[in-house]
Design a protein around this ligand. Structure first.
Ligand code: ADP
Ligand code: MG
Length: 310
């Protein structure tokens, strides 16, 4: 247990501005050790900026706190040493082999016992067979696996992963997440940004920000319950085409087609019922009330938040 009541991350009031624009605005977060937290929000919302402040690469303009019990401001170099940060953009050398890349990282961290640790890492993440393959020739899934190997090589206690599975196929994403859960099982704390709802659902808790502001946090079920959104599902003859008709109607916060199904949500149950009423009779469409999905909630939260950068 850490010196910080078992919290791997405990920060409050973080603010960061670029060119006079607040891209992270009063951000607070507590993550218990060994938990996986998903970090969601539209592009440009400040996720990467926040991750960089947490691992000591950026200094916040305001706010304070600790990572791994170490002070964000005065002990940033110590935080860096115990944190694995996987950048949004693949940042290993394409012209080195898998093994050479890991050896390079091992030297960077001045690790002892480098040869054995690189070998363990290759085997642990299923990279051993491909160890001599040039990194530039790897598929997205293998690159991402190598990037994970590189960021856990120095045995960090905290992992900050920035959209690690963007553009990776579903099977590789699933394997990646199995690995994340294995790491968490060993007590490693993970904060991972993603746009994938299935990944959000594999996290212990979710943090949702839009345009710098934290809008929701908690388990998926908590976030759905807290949002107090009402949702109707419609399916049948061209139900999905109603989306554009319903959008902008009074009482409708969002209308989104999922394949041939339509989800219509609003915060006022009566107003929502009135909005869909014209499409309930005489249309070959079945309507039923449903629990909103995480995606419904996020679409609603994002549409209600102001893009102060627009
Ligand atoms: N170094 C920087 N200088 C100026 N603006 C930046 C810098 N880094 C990020 N931004 C801006 O801050 C906002 C948040 O960016 P970012 O943290 O990358 O968001 P996200 O990761 O959620 O997409 C964006 O509008 C981005 O253009
Ligand atoms: Mg980003």
């Amino acid at each position: 247990m850490s010196a910080n009541g078992g919290l791997a991350i405990d920060v409050s009031g973080l603010v960061k501005s670029f060119n006079g624009r607040r891209v992270v605005d009063d951000f607070s977060l507590r993550i218990p050790e060994g938990k996986i937290f998903g970090f969601l929000g539209p592009n440009g919302s400040g996720k990467t900026t926040t991750l960089r402040m947490l691992c000591g690469l950026l200094t916040p303009d305001e706010g304070q706190g600790t990572c791994l019990g170490l002070d964000l401001r005065s002990e940033a170099p110590l935080i860096k040493r115990q944190t694995g940060y996987m950048t949004q953009k693949f940042s290993l050398y394409e012209d080195l082999t898998i093994k050479e890349n890991l050896e390079f990282v091992a030297r960077l961290y001045e690790m002892d016992n480098r040869k054995a640790r690189v070998e363990d890492s290759l085997k642990g993440l299923g990279l051993y067979e491909r160890r001599d393959q040039q990194t530039g020739t790897l598929s997205g899934g293998w690159k991402q696996r190598l990037a994970l190997a590189a960021c856990i090589l120095h045995e960090p206690r905290l992992l900050l992963l920035d959209e690690p599975t963007a553009g990776v196929d579903p099977k590789a994403r699933r394997e990646f997440w199995d690995e994340i859960h294995t790491l968490a099982g060993r007590g490693i704390t993970v904060l991972v940004s993603t746009h994938y709802m299935d990944e959000a659902e594999r996290c212990h808790e979710i943090v949702y920000i839009a345009y710098g502001k934290l809008l929701a946090s908690g388990t998926a079920d908590e976030i759905i319950a807290d949002t107090e959104l009402y949702t109707w599902r419609a399916y049948g003859h061209e139900a999905d085409r109603l989306a554009s008709k319903l959008r902008g109607t009074e009482g409708v916060a969002s209308a989104v087609a999922f394949g041939s199904k339509l989800h219509v949500s609003g915060v006022d149950a009566d107003a929502l019922a009135r909005a869909i009423a014209p499409y309930r009779d005489g249309h070959d469409i079945t309507w039923e009330e449903t629990t909103p999905t995480l995606e419904d909630v996020f679409i609603h939260l994002t549409s209600g938040s102001k893009d102060n950068f627009a």
